[in-house]
Every structure is written in structure tokens, then in C-alpha cells.
Design a protein around this ligand. Sequence first.
Ligand SMILES: [Zn+2]
Length: 287
Amino acid sequence: MIRLTKSFILSVLVFIAVLVFWFILEKEKQEAQVVFLDVGQGDSQLVLLPGDVQILVDAGPSADIAAKLGRYLPFYDKEIELAILTHPHADHLRGFISVFRNYRVKNFMFSGANYESRVYGDFMAALQAEGSRVYLAQAGDIVSFVKHSMSDKNVQNQNVQNQILHILAPVKNDFTRNFKSIHNSMVVGQLNLADKKFLLMGDAEEDLENQLIASNAIQDVDVLKVGHHGSKTSTSAGLLKAAQPEEAIIQVGNNSYGHPYPMVLDRLRESGVKIFRNDQLGDVIYR
Ligand SMILES: [Zn+2]
């Protein structure tokens, strides 16, 4: 009787061990992805890294973002390693309130620029309640991802350290600073994944584009997340010349602003850039 119980316990333990091993192997197989989420008229980019690590840049205009994330994050993973708010406009911001409700956001990065709106006030209260580690973004900041690989013989020495995200703006960060246009406080970043470079412009406008070009912050990239939903305020010829993208993503939905602007679409096409739009394609995924 006792023997039977022992062998039963043993087989349960073996079963659990096999399950855990399978789970770890599955995680090892995970590949990096960037998803430009279709959130309607607004921005949201989700970076999925091996080992259940996620970076969320902006969260769109509504609570719909939580269901969207549920489609890409494993069911057991309710933790987002890093969330970034590019600027405090509702079409990038409001979704964070439901993200905080449904996920634990470990680290949060934003410009900290002065801005007054009801939704920003609600967001600040929710961020405080969330208890995330808060970072004020500044040009030169680098977000690194350290991967512990099972196949490494010496894990300690062979950590594969990748510099995933380089923050290019805001150049000067002063919490009390009032920017003339909140679009000048934009958190702009370059995302490097495997062999692809993505330039994430948020809603940056020509002023900021020119500043970044002048300081040589804009490098040759593969994919441009077009600034300000394809507005005429952004995506200058100078920016395209400096960034040399092959592909462009326009995060746009039904709107009354005329986004994306035909002139911007023409400028992209004339530069030989292939355009992908969330309003036409839904989520756009890079693997
Ligand atoms: Zn916007």
C-alpha cells in the first residue's frame, strides 16, 4: 500500500518535471515580435521578447487595449516589463488606465512634461496606484534586455545582452518644463530587433524631426512608425532622407483630421517606401 503511494507520488513528480521542462523549452523557442496594434485612431506598439518579456509603447484611446494584449501575451503572463507613454494625448494615453487594471506594469517611462487634462489626471492617479518604477525618458537612455539561455554553457558569462531601445528624445528633461507644443515633449525611440531597426516617432512634428536630424540622432532604419498618424505636421522630406526607411507603418483609424494626409502618403511613395496602415490591415506584425 505504502509502495503504491510512493510510486504514485514519484510518477506525479516526474510528470511535473516533464511539464516544467517542456514549458522552459517552449519559452526558449519564443521569437521576438513587434506588433503595431490596430487601436483605431491612436498609437500602440507591443514588443514581445523571448522569455515572456514585453514592452508596450502607448496604449491607444480606449479600454479595448486590454483584450488586444490578451491576444498576444500568454494566458499566464499578467506582467508587462516596461510601458512607455510618448506624450499625454488621449489617443496614446487613455488605454493605460485599463492596462493597469488588467496587468502589472513593472516599469513605466514617460517624459513627465507638464500637461493638464482630465484623462492625464486620471492616468497619473492610476500610475501611482500601480506602483511601477517610474523613469523620466531622456535622449541617450538605453533599454537593454538580458537573456539567460539554457543552452549557454556558462550562463553568467554568456548572457546575450541586447540594446533593444535607444531613447532619442526628449533631449532635455525638466519635470517643471512647459513645452510650447506637447508634441515637442515626445518620447522618440529607435528599436533594434534582430536585423530590423524601427524608428518610433510617436506624434513628433517637423520641429522635433529637425532637431533630431541636426543632432545626428536619426540613423538609417528599416521601418518608420510614421509621426502623428500621417499628419501634414510630420514626416518631412528631411526625415525620410535621414532615416531611409524601406517600410512605414501608419497607425490611423476613422478620424476627422484628414489623417493620413495625401501629401505625406505621396512623399513616402516617392521615396520608395512601402506603406502599411492599421485602418486597412488591422494589426501589423513583424516577426
Ligand atoms: Zn496621436
